[in-house]
Design a protein around this ligand. Structure first.
Ligand SMILES: *Cc1c(COP(=O)(O)O)cnc(C)c1O
Length: 379
């Protein structure tokens, strides 16, 4: 066999294994539209699984700001930030982010994933310890592994376990958690974690990917990262914190230094979106209202964010419910291991400002129907 053939055989063998364990993933063409609508493989659906919580990706003003910047400044940034890719819109956006987060400074990265991958290894290394929530996002785990520090996981949102892990840590300690957890929608006990970290001489770093624009929360963390790709509706990542930290990351975060700056259109979209988030708090209220209404209709606990997990358990069952919803015109993709712990396959239902109340009621109706049918079949 040639190397080319061996590569193909290797990929096919791996895929067959993944297929057999139900873990193969594939892409479906999805063209998103305003008001939570989308065409999924051409089929019109109402989507309840976007991260565009404030519906800003489809906002006319954001689109216009992005288009204007592209026409005025070009399609790409032309280089890394440290060479020629540092368009003035970067510092405008960074000033904006620092103001929103009430920190001294901010640094924009290519994405949230890149922000975590670069920031964590710039702060700790071999001999140090990372104490992190077991459910923290894959890119926090990725950054932690890259750093070479010892990783100690604590049970999800368990302050006592976090304290125990901090007590047993060596070297500089970095505590990592999300503010709003991406797959569960629950909120981290930030003030308790901050107090523990302070007492232990540790630094606290939070991932606010699902909090910005949704949760008004005083964040005591020294290092606050997040993304511009969720409620902000565009693309990019950021870290906010003291100016000295930002200067250090500018020099040492490899995923900042060795990659191209974001296109001006992307930066302009984020600035326009942050302006709207500030000026129109009713967007946040609407998204939250939809989540609360849904939980009321489904007799679920009051949600802490706009993410509502419906834990189904077996992967096949989650897939089945998701497919049944799709038949009725609702897009709620099933989330399976390894994205979530084994045995907790779920529907991750998310709500956005642009949804209509009747959409939320219709989704709840369809879901109850589908779940009741399942019970009738099994009993
Ligand atoms: C989506 C997400 C990221 C990655 O952000 P991107 O900008 O999409 O790369 C990081 N952390 C969490 C918790 C996320 O949900």
């Amino acid at each position: 066999m040639t190397s080319f053939e061996r590569l193909k055989a290797y990929a096919q063998r791996k895929l067959a294994q993944l297929e057999a364990s139900g873990q193969r993933r594939s892409l479906v063409e999805t063209a998103r539209q305003p008001s939570g609508r989308a065409a999924r493989n051409g089929q019109p659906v109402i989507s309840f699984c976007d991260n565009d919580y404030l519906s800003l990706s489809q906002d006319e003003r954001v689109k216009q700001a992005s288009a204007d910047a592209a026409l005025r400044y070009g399609a790409g940034s032309g280089g890394s930030r440290l060479i020629t890719g540092n368009h003035p819109l970067n510092s405008a956006l960074e000033a904006r982010l620092a103001r929103v987060k009430q920190t001294e400074a901010a640094l924009v990265f290519g994405s949230g994933f890149l922000a975590n991958l670069g920031t964590i290894p710039a702060l700790v290394g071999k001999g140090d310890t990372i104490v992190m929530d077991e459910l923290a996002h894959a890119c926090m785990h990725g950054g932690a592994r890259l750093s070479g520090a010892t990783i100690r996981l604590f049970r999800h949102n368990d302050v006592f376990d976090a304290a125990r892990q901090m007590n047993e840590a060596t070297g500089q300690v970095l505590v990592l958690t999300e503010t709003v957890f991406s797959m569960d929608g629950d909120v981290a006990p930030l003030s308790e974690l901050a107090a523990l970290a302070e007492a232990a001489g540790a630094w606290l770093m939070t991932d606010d990917a699902h909090g910005l624009g949704i949760l008004k929360q005083d964040n005591p963390a020294q290092i606050q990262m997040g993304t511009l790709s969720k409620a902000v509706g565009g693309y990019g990542g950021y870290v906010c914190g003291p100016a000295a930290l930002i200067d250090l990351l500018t020099t040492r975060a490899r995923s900042f230094v060795y990659t191209t700056g974001l296109p001006p259109a992307v930066l302009a979209a984020a600035i326009a979106a942050l302006d709207i988030i500030e000026a129109e708090p009713e967007r946040t209220r609407n998204a939250s209202r939809h989540a609360r209404l849904f939980c009321e209709l489904m007799m679920l606990p009051v949600p802490e964010s706009v993410i509502v997990p419906i834990i189904v358990g077996p992967e096949a069952e989650a897939m089945r419910v998701s497919a049944a919803l799709l038949e009725r015109g609702f897009l709620v993709t099933a989330i399976r291991p390894p994205t979530v712990p084994a045995g907790t396959a779920r529907l991750r239902v998310t709500f956005a400002a642009g949804h209509k109340e009747e959409d939320v009621r219709a989704l709840a109706g369809a879901l109850k129907d589908i779940m009741e049918q399942a019970c009738a079949v099994t009993s």
